[in-house]
Design a protein around this ligand. Structure first.
Ligand code: KIV
Ligand code: NA
Length: 264
């Protein structure tokens, strides 16, 4: 079959069908998630932490993310692949955003990009949309602004909720095809979801969003400490650790390899 498109996601909202998004950073996991039927894969700048070992998303660069994004596109046949624009690759204005997004589409084959922020990135969103690039927004806890927030905490409480609502509407008006809502109260996420005709994708934003996203290492149990909003669907960390220990024991004890794994 053909690849999922932004039109399919718009149609899903009209039919009130919910859908899952996962992050992916390499070809093998992309293939696994694609074959499991995940329609949208995000090559998140969370790669800063889960791939590169930084403690925030601030340091990761376009050059860091391009090869990962290209690998995900190669690994996934059906999923729509969204490239996350990292900190410092779009903030200075529409020309920078357009140049960065163009690199991602040309050099990786990704079909869409994501950027963080509301009112302050509307010119960027509009420029990319005008160039024919599908744009996903991201509001609420936008990790690239961690130094302003002073940590990772719930956003959009009280009056900030009205700002978030107007940012969401402005992103829709700028032509965004979807918007991530991260770490916002569920009632606000529900109101934004009802107010927009484009899908909302929640992460720590309650059950009423049109879609849900999690970082795969969080939902699969590879990340040691996770936020309240993460549900662990597997214990991959334990599985891998057990495999590594068993391999080590068999090598040191001489039990591996045997004839079965040896050429004669
Ligand atoms: O970088 C990322 O993984 C993200 C998602 C959590 C939305 O932006
Ligand atoms: Na991100």
């Amino acid at each position: 079959g053909r690849r999922v498109t932004v039109r399919d996601l718009a149609a899903a909202k009209e039919r009130r069908e919910k859908w899952p998004m996962l992050t992916a950073y390499d070809a093998m996991t992309a293939r696994v998630f694609d074959e499991a039927g995940i329609p949208v894969l995000l090559v998140g700048d969370s790669a800063a932490m889960v791939v590169y070992g930084y403690d925030s998303t601030i340091p990761v660069t376009v050059d860091d993310l391009i090869p990962l994004t290209a690998a995900v596109v190669r690994g996934a046949k059906r999923a729509l692949v969204v490239a996350d624009l990292p900190f410092g690759s779009y903030q200075s204005g529409p020309a920078e955003a357009l140049a960065t997004a163009t690199r991602f589409l040309k050099e990786t084959g990704a079909q869409a990009v994501k950027l963080e922020g509301g009112a302050r990135v509307l010119p960027q969103a509009e420029a990319m949309v005008a160039a024919g690039i599908p744009v996903m927004g991201h509001l609420g806890l936008t990790p690239q602004s961690v130094n302003v927030f002073g940590g990772y905490r719930v956003q959009g409480r009280g009056e900030d909720g009205e700002q978030l609502m107007s940012d969401a509407k402005a992103l829709e008006a700028a032509g965004a095809f979807a918007v991530v809502l991260e770490c916002v109260p569920e009632d606000l996420a529900a109101r934004v979801t009802a107010a927009l005709s484009i899908p909302t994708i929640g992460i720590g934003a309650g059950p009423d969003c049109d879609a849900q996203v999690l970082v795969w290492q969080d939902m699969a149990g590879l990340t040691p400490h996770t936020a309240k909003f993460v549900k662990k669907y597997a214990e991959v960390g334990t599985v891998l650790s057990d495999a590594a220990r068993a391999f080590a024991d068999e090598v040191t004890g001489g039990a591996f390899p045997t004839a079965e794994h040896t050429y004669r």
